[in-house]
Every structure is written in C-alpha cells, then in structure tokens.
Write a protein of this length. Structure first.
Length: 253
C-alpha cells in the first residue's frame, strides 16, 4: 500500500487520536503561594495563538508523519490544517466548545461529531477544555486542595473527576505540568502525556515537545502514540481567522 493511500485510510483515526490526545517578565514561582496553601502552576496565558508542529502518529498497524498548522482562540476554537508532506493539505479540523468537524480533502468527505458522540466512538470522555489543555500543556483541572507529594525534583498530586483519575506531575524547577496520566476507571483505558523542551513564546513558557500514549483494553490491549514537536508558536495580539468551508460536492460520512 502506498504511503499516500495509507494516509487516506488512517487519516480519521489519526485525527481523532490527536484530539485525545496541545520570559523576560515571566518568572518560575515557588510551589506554594504566600499563604502556603495553594499550588501555583505556570499555565500558558493567551487569547489567540498560532503554531506549526511536526506530528508523528504510530499505532499497531502503521506509522504516519505530517505537519500541523494550528490556530487557537482560548476557550473557544481550535483550528488545525494537516499535511502529510509535499505541501498539500490533506485535512482540516475545526473544534468548537461542543463539536468537532473534520474535512478530508483527499477523499472529498467531511464528518462532524458532538463531543458525546466522539467520546462514545473513542471510548474516552472528551470535552473542549481537555483537548485544548493537552495540546498547550496546561492543567486539565486546576489544583484545589489535593495533597501534594514531593519526590526529587517533581511535585505530584492526584484528582478524581467522574470516572477518571488524573495524576499530575509538576516540575519543581519549571513550575510547569511535565506529565499527566489519565485513567478511565470504568474501562481501564489510559492516556499518558509528557511535556518538555520548554521555551518562551512572548512572555509565556510553552512546551515545544509533547508525547502522548493511549492504551486501550477493548478487544485486546492496543497502544497508540502521538508525538507533537512544535517548530514555532506565536501569541497573537489581534484576532485571527479560522477558515472552514465544506464544498457542496463533499460527501458527509
């Protein structure tokens, strides 16, 4: 099977997996605030962000690499253009607070899912906040009163939300989320995401290397990995556009 045909067949799987799978005046703060009772984590703050990243997708069937151009309006919209190489756009994704739209330019088809539909399809509970947090390296859920444990140069704490357990690992030097493990206690499916190569973007500290591993227990244990290596990222001062149009000749899948 040619590389082009394989990309065409695996595109939807890669796109959906990717969802589960994100200065001079900025200072790395102490682990606790002045009153000593609240964890201070250095989340990325922005309104508009643009980025370009290399994406490597590997499953039990095959591997695919490509380039992703991203645009984000915080807490509102994520726009992604995917290319497997040679400069042609293979797919475009638009993620809103309630839905995901996928335009497959190679097959001339499009798909749309609500987050409940997508969660059922992937057997993992997804929402917009989770997707955005993962691809920019912010905490999925803010620290409240969980017990913090220090081991070496890492602070850890666990959270439980609905049927999911979150184990968070905060670097003592970076004050950034450096790893998060998520377990679905009903299915035993897990997602593990690590963040590294932190660099300044404007005055925000941004992870330029993200590695995600998804393990599914359904129909035998399966593992999928997604590596996201940012080549550039910019926090935009002015509003940006999120072009997404479905041609009439495209078939709805």
């Amino acid at each position: 099977m040619s590389r082009r045909n394989f990309w065409n067949k695996q595109l939807t799987i890669a796109l959906l997996a990717l969802l589960v799978l994100s200065g001079c005046n900025k200072k790395f703060s102490d682990i606790f605030d002045r009153v000593g009772n609240r964890l201070v984590v250095d989340d990325v703050e922005f309104t508009y962000l643009t980025a370009k990243a290399k994406v490597d997708f590997d499953s039990d069937k095959q591997s695919v690499s490509g380039t992703a151009n991203m645009r984000i309006q915080k807490d509102s919209i994520i726009w992604v253009s995917l290319s497997p190489g040679l400069g042609y756009e293979a797919a475009r994704i638009l993620i809103t607070t309630d839905s995901v739209f996928i335009l497959n330019k190679h097959e001339k088809t499009y798909m749309d899912f609500s987050f409940p539909e997508l969660s059922k399809k992937l057997d993992f509970d997804l929402n917009y906040s989770l997707v955005e947090s993962v691809i920019i390296g912010n905490l999925i859920y803010p620290y409240v009163r969980e017990r913090v444990v220090k081991s070496g140069d890492m602070y850890t704490y666990s959270q439980v939300h609905s049927a999911f357990q979150f184990d968070n690992y905060i670097g003592a030097k970076t004050m950034k989320l450096e790893k998060v493990n998520v377990k679905d206690t009903l299915t035993n499916n897990t997602v593990s995401v690590t963040y590294s190569d932190f660099q300044l973007v404007n005055e925000e500290v941004f992870p330029f290397l993200i590695k995600a591993a998804l393990e599914y227990q359904k129909e035998g244990k399966k593992k999928t990995t997604i590596d996201l290596e940012y080549k550039q990222a910019t926090i935009e001062e002015k509003p940006i556009k999120f072009p997404f149009n479905v041609p009439q000749k495209y078939e709805h899948k």
